[in-house]
Design a protein around this ligand. Structure first.
Ligand SMILES: Cc1cc2nc3c(=O)[nH]c(=O)nc-3n(C[C@H](O)[C@H](O)[C@H](O)COP(=O)(O)OP(=O)(O)OC[C@H]3O[C@@H](n4cnc5c(N)ncnc54)[C@H](O)[C@@H]3O)c2cc1C
Length: 433
């Protein structure tokens, strides 16, 4: 609901939500439920990131049933399927329409600064004044590229996971994919299958099987409460917020794409890219250890699932517990690769993403450029954050996590508005609806 009032070219509204991805839309739905007038400012169109920043073959790694949003549940015929990008865009657009979200497309926010009574939000379509503002601009606006990229020799094309679209973009020659989390393993799999020889530089990663004991791993993690673990319960929150994405893909045949599967396809595994010297890539010798650690952590997760299954009487309904083959690593993985004169003609940086707050003129960023916040309540009265890894729970980074976060943060925001003064952090009574 928008009822912005225009005063001398500036529009005044209670809340500005920045970003019309699923997180901004979930917040819009919750604000509307509380009759808080608001606008959703979007630099592109609804679902802009999914429309413009993903590769062609990407499918969600979360099954269809697991994209619940406030007021929306999957009701199609394929709850266990995985949405393609066009289907994901259509789903988010459908949600925006169904909730009548007051989205202003093509209104890029160029600055947010403190005003007399809240914030002043300057956009390419004019200025908004508001008491409260929700930053829902996403966690993945920019590709993170390691500093070592500066030493890539000439003649090698480099692409980030945001620039990669399909193997047809690449020379028909060897490809080095750096990073083996969700993006890296999916891209490596696709490029190797296209007939180009892939070398995959593997750092810390989180290994999980697609299916376990006859059910999807996401089903288990959802049911066993793993995804609901809260930010104020986890032991090391900084670490939890920086854990790499799951090594997982949403393939129609539900296959697991892990390092063993990639090796079987012919992908060559090497350690983390540690440097490039004289045109030669240097890989860390820790590949074996890194893989052993990922195997150990996967088995720990499967142990948690098994305990939960037993405690909830599921053992007779699903296949017995089992463990997967350890990750196979060559006895002496390659430590050096000649980029200047070798077979590699393309490097793909699948080394993660980061948010872009270059437009945020409120002093809330820490030394690493991240917004300082307590479960989404930003360190500036009336400012809120959505869509960040482990914002309030482990699932916050997923589409499925936005609902609970938006419900809780909109409750906090409403309380802030009615008290007229800043409310302290996460009061459970406010956060339980
Ligand atoms: C490759 C990849 C695969 C993923 N796969 C899954 C998956 O399978 N399942 C899952 O649940 N999650 C997945 N995610 C995670 C997550 O769902 C996405 O990161 C999601 O896009 C985050 O939603 P969001 O609404 O927070 O941000 P976004 O969808 O990025 O939305 C933010 C919006 O803000 C807009 N914006 C940014 N800056 C401005 C500005 N200055 N002014 C106005 N508007 C602005 C953007 O245009 C964008 O529309 C994936 C993420 C990536 C990167």
């Amino acid at each position: 609901m928008t009822s912005g009032v225009s005063i001398r070219g500036k529009r005044r509204i209670t809340t500005v939500v920045i970003g019309a991805g699923h997180a901004g839309l979930a917040m819009s739905r919750c604000l509307a439920g509380r009759s808080i007038d608001h606008v959703v400012l979007e630099r592109g169109e609804v679902a802009n990131s999914w429309k413009t920043e993903r590769w062609d073959s990407l499918t969600l790694l979360t099954p269809n049933w697991q994209s619940r949003l406030p007021g929306f549940r999957y009701q199609g015929y394929d709850p266990d399927g995985f949405r393609t990008m066009p289907e994901t865009v259509a789903f988010i657009e459908h949600y925006a329409n169904a909730i009548s979200a007051p989205v202003r497309p093509y209104a890029r926010v160029d600055s947010v600064r403190a005003g007399d009574d809240g914030y002043v939000v300057a956009t390419t379509q004019g200025v908004w004044e508001c008491r409260t503002v929700v930053l829902a601009t996403g966690a993945c606006n920019l590709a993170h590229v390691p500093a070592v990229a500066a030493a890539v020799p000439p003649g090698i094309a480099t692409l980030t996971a945001m620039q990669y679209r399909n193997p047809g973009q690449l020379e028909h020659a060897g490809v080095l994919v750096v990073g083996a989390s969700a993006s890296g393993i999916q891209i490596a799999d696709e490029i190797q299958r296209s007939g180009r020889a892939v070398t995959l530089a593997v750092g810390e990663h989180v290994r999980v099987p697609r299916l376990y004991r006859g059910k999807d791993i996401q089903w288990w993690m959802d049911a066993a409460g793993v995804l609901d673990e809260r930010y104020d319960q986890v032991e090391d929150l900084v670490r939890a917020r920086n854990v790499p994405s799951l090594q997982l893909a949403g393939c129609h045949d539900r296959r697991t794409i892990d390092l063993n599967a990639l090796s079987a396809l012919g992908v060559q595994l090497v350690g983390r890219l540690a440097g490039i010297n004289d045109g030669k890539a240097q890989f860390s010798g820790s590949l074996r250890n890194v893989c052993a650690l990922a195997d150990l952590k996967m088995n720990r997760l499967l142990g948690t699932i098994d305990e939960w299954a037993t405690a909830h009487g599921l053992d007779s309904e699903v296949p017995a517990p089992h463990r997967f083959e350890p990750t196979e690593v060559e006895a002496a993985p390659q430590l050096l690769l000649d980029l200047a004169r070798g077979r590699i003609k393309t490097i793909i940086w699948a080394t993660g993403f980061r948010p872009d707050y270059s437009w945020l003129d409120v002093p809330v960023l820490d030394r690493k450029g991240q917004v300082r916040h307590d479960g989404g309540v930003v360190d500036s009265p009336g400012m809120y954050l959505m869509g960040m890894p482990f914002l309030r729970r482990r699932k916050s980074t997923l589409i499925d996590g936005a609902g609970d976060d938006a419900r809780e943060l909109s409750a906090h925001l409403a309380s802030y508005l009615s008290s007229g003064a800043p409310v302290s952090r996460a009061e459970p009574s406010l956060l339980s609806q």
